[in-house]
Design a protein around this ligand. Structure first.
Ligand SMILES: Cc1cc2nc3c(=O)[nH]c(=O)nc-3n(C[C@H](O)[C@H](O)[C@H](O)COP(=O)(O)O)c2cc1C
Ligand code: SF4
Ligand code: SF4
Length: 362
């Protein structure tokens, strides 16, 4: 099965890319990931000078990763002299350089990195409602390179479509949506202090918990500007998630946190699953998924009531205890629906552990 994908004129052998972060912070780590079959390497963010990072800076809890990392702790000289040439010697995976942050940094970095990479992912420091600054920097980068340029979008940006437009109008081919969500805070109750973070105690959150936000932003941007290449980032944890992001409008999907929670060989495992998952859902290739139109329709104003399959039902009672409208009752160990009370919300169907409920959502 063909699992290659096209993005802003580049061809990636597979649609799974690493998110910029510690797993692509040195040549050793980039080569390790490339050998698992990722479609392109996305470097840890490179700036002219290495970052001084306050530690501890990463913690995992539930399905979330919290971090207070900055850009690469290595300056651009190390990337130019060692990390990028060494990686190119070992693997032929395309390399996308993540670069930060201001105009002077771009004027310095882009010409030096240009011969060593296949594309750029520019990450602005912070963008509020005023897109003038990001537009100007995108224009500066565009004037210095012909390579594909994506701009990475902050997860809590107030106007994602406006951001995408500003980037497109100034010469970007694409958007990476989204980076970690924040500022957030996690408190260590025992020690009466933030768990990790910089002096203000803030962290940024990533992992499956932020996936629905990332899917929405990918879809919003792609629907507004179909000509933009959108790369998804935020919460990918499986081959199914890749398909979901592609259906929303992504060309490729980045993943980082899941590989820090489940192991850095997760890239290879997901890529092994991907053809089977495509086949299971009736797709013939990645391009087939990308060209499938997402069907959107308004919900009904009248409820559909849940139908319980008594054979499948184990009588666990989850649906009865969870129903927010008090519309389920257990009778002889099986749930019964009170149609006078049922709002047809769908929660019971989505939560039944054995799929014994139908008719509301599916
Ligand atoms: C420890 C850590 C370090 C990160 N460093 C960077 C970085 O240097 N540059 C960047 O653009 N994004 C950085 N990110 C954000 C990720 O690239 C990614 O956008 C985000 O984590 C969401 O994807 P995920 O849920 O698959 O991890 C970092 C994330 C984590 C968890
Ligand atoms: S959640 Fe499913 S299995 Fe449990 S009682 Fe309800 S219908 Fe039966
Ligand atoms: S559809 Fe909603 S309201 Fe109706 S029984 Fe299920 S959970 Fe309750």
């Amino acid at each position: 099965m063909d699992i290659s994908t096209r993005a802003a004129g580049l061809v990636f052998n597979t649609p799974l890319l690493p998110g910029s972060g510690p797993l692509t912070g040195t040549d050793e780590r980039m080569i390790y990931l490339a050998k698992q079959g990722i479609g392109a390497i996305v470097t840890k963010t490179i700036a002219p000078k290495g970052a001084a990072v306050e530690r501890p800076c990463i913690a995992g809890k539930g399905n979330m990763i919290f971090n207070s990392e900055a850009w690469s702790e290595y300056g651009s000289d190390v990337w130019l002299e060692r990390f990028l040439p060494n990686t190119k010697k070992e693997v032929d995976t395309p390399i996308i350089a993540s670069v930060g942050y201001d105009e002077a940094d771009m004027k310095y970095l882009i010409p030096l990195l240009n011969p060593l990479v296949s594309g750029f992912e520019y990450i602005p420091r912070y963008v509020g409602k005023d897109f003038e600054e990001v537009g100007n920097i995108v224009r500066t980068i565009r004037a210095m390179t012909k390579l594909p340029l994506w701009v990475k979008m902050n997860a809590n940006i107030p106007d994602p479509v406006g951001f995408a437009k500003a980037c497109r109008d100034h010469g970007a081919q694409g958007i990476v949506a989204v980076t970690s969500l924040g500022p957030n805070m996690v408190i260590d109750i025992k020690n009466r202090r933030p768990l990790i973070g910089t002096a203000n105690g803030f962290v940024w959150t990533s992992g499956p918990a932020i996936k629905p936000l990332a899917v929405a932003y990918v879809n919003m941007i792609k629907e507004a500007y179909p000509e933009l290449s959108v790369i998804a980032s935020g919460g990918c944890a499986s081959a199914e998630d890749i398909v979901e992001f592609l259906l929303a409008g992504a060309d490729a999907v980045q993943m980082l946190s899941e590989a820090m929670m489940k192991g850095r060989d997760t890239y290879g495992k997901i890529l092994e699953d991907l053809p089977k998952v495509l086949e299971k859902y009736g797709f013939t290739s990645i391009e087939d998924v990308k060209s499938t139109k997402l069907e959107k329709k308004a919900g009904a104003l009248e409820p559909s009531y849940p139908a319980v399959d008594a054979e499948k039902c184990t009588g666990c009672g989850i649906c009865q205890r969870n129903c927010p409208y008090f519309a389920m009752e257990m009778r002889d160990g099986k749930p019964c629906v009170d149609v006078e009370k049922c709002f047809g919300c769908g929660l019971c169907e989505s939560k039944c552990p054995v799929n014994a409920i139908k008719n509301v959502i599916q």
